[in-house]
Design a protein around this ligand. Sequence first.
Ligand code: MG
Ligand code: MG
Ligand code: MG
Length: 306
Amino acid sequence: MSILVFGHKNPDTDSVCSAIALADLKKKLGQDIAPAMQGDLTPESKFVLEKFNVAAPAVVTSYAGKDVFLVDHSDLAQSPDDLAEANILGIVDHHKMGDVTTSQPLECWIWPVGCTCTVIKSMYDFHNVEIPKDIAGIMLCAILSDTVIFKSATCTDADKKACEGLAALAGITDTQELGMDMFKVKSAVDGTPVRELVLRDYKDFEMNGKKVGIGQLEVVDLAILDKVKADLEKDIVALKEEGARHSVFLLLTDIIKEGSEMLIASDDESVIEKAFGVAPKDSKAWLDGVMSRKKQVVPNLEKAFA
Ligand code: MG
Ligand code: MG
Ligand code: MG
């Protein structure tokens, strides 16, 4: 039976590209393995795969009875609903340890770096396997995306070093320019249904027994979102009600100004002041310097909810 490797729900560029890269590496190490993804490509991921001429993984939402590798997550809330019936062979990730457990020993590479593809670059090096040009290109893009072109608090020297190596392999001379091209694609919202924008980079978390959803839109200029902001505010209130959530927060991140406006739909808005020291006004708060959900938002909220 062939093995599947996949990232989190609402796949981002890292979830897609790390699945493709890990499948390539494992195949070269002799395993019968294919990449998959739990949902459709975002415009950013589509741009990246087209740029380097790499095929998109199949969309697979059920994994019962399958051997699997997880990339870019280890939280049940971000995994397929039937993961308990799958056999987890390994996890490659760069997030906090989630609540996924296994019944057998597994291969685990979880490093505190900015992107799963940074870990996979080291896996290729460890096994002495050469990274193909096209896969180096998409791995480079995943790191630029996750680290917001090295600006995010999650970015480490290991990420920058991995990018240097990958850029050389992919024949990219201007990584900054490649990153900006990608974020311009990511910034486009015209003609996209509001719910799709809310869920584009969205994750549910369990915080002290409460269901908390956090979405993020990263743009090169917040003004791009002016005409959809009122609709986004309405839609996160609806999403909160639909899922019996305690809160839904949507981060509108300006990657040039390096901060985020948070839109808030919550049973208790005081958690925001507790978490960030900023009192919300009209269910919104400007969080200066906050760009990373993983490093600057989730830990603070978890403390505020505790
Ligand atoms: Mg991700
Ligand atoms: Mg990632
Ligand atoms: Mg991200």
